[in-house]
Ligand binder design. Structure first.
Ligand SMILES: [Zn+2]
Length: 226
């Protein structure tokens, strides 16, 4: 599992002065994502590592703010828990960042979406949702190539291509349970993710689970009469 392994290179400079304001922007959306169960920490999943991350940018080409690595389960977000991404190179798998902690390990997937939406304010929520991930094909959601692993240039390029198409939801085929939702503000981004969870739940309710009795077929048989 590669959730917390930072596979890209980053250069960290000292904290950006407006980090506290950025933390205050991100905190309510993080809390809502935790409530949805798509960000957080669960002892039974991913070796107990925190999962999910959140970013926003104004679309002015000057970068974006993102939660620092392993902050997805925090109840309070402080200026130390956010990182300013000033620039990035997908080709070199590197970011330039300001903050006291390393940026999220998935900063380049966020960068790919921010980069695909120049001039537009953008929020990106990367959450983990097994139900959405496994329903992607059945529900026709855009999925990145399963051969493109998390934290690779191939993944970043796949995300860029799908974000340019612009549906607001990308399922990360090469990153188990990984989903990216993005929109122009935090609440629209959360709504998209919540809607995807609802659709996946609806699909599961219709689909007979493996090993369960074929109830429809059973009831279609006329009752035996002795
Ligand atoms: Zn992830």
């Amino acid at each position: 599992m590669t959730e917390a392994v930072i596979q890209f290179r980053y250069t960290l400079a000292s904290a950006a002065p407006d980090a506290a304001a950025a933390a205050a922007m991100l905190a309510p959306v993080l809390a809502a994502a935790q409530k949805l169960g798509v960000m957080g920490r669960d002892a039974a999943r991913y070796d107990g590592l925190a999962f999910g991350n959140l970013s926003y940018g104004s679309g002015d080409g000057q970068g974006f703010w993102i939660t620092a690595t392993q902050t997805a389960d925090l109840g309070r977000l402080s200026s130390d828990d956010v990182v300013r991404i000033d620039g990035w190179s997908l080709a070199e798998n590197s970011v330039t960042a300001r903050g006291t902690h390393p940026p999220s390990s998935e900063a380049l997937s966020h960068a790919a979406i921010h980069g695909a939406r120049p001039g537009r304010p953008t929020w990106v929520l990367h959450g983990h949702a097994p139900s959405v991930w496994s329903a992607a094909e059945a529900l026709g959601w855009p999925v990145t190539d399963p051969a493109a692993a998390n934290g690779t240039l191939a993944m970043a390029e796949a995300v860029t291509a799908l974000a340019e198409a612009g549906s607001g939801l990308i399922v990360m085929g090469g990153h188990t349970d990984g989903v990216l939702a993005y929109a122009g503000d935090g609440s629209a981004t959360l709504s998209l993710f919540a809607h995807a969870l609802d659709c996946a739940r609806g699909l599961r309710a219709q689909t007979p689970q493996p090993g369960s009795p074929q109830t429809g077929q059973f009831h279609a048989r006329p009752p035996h009469r002795h």
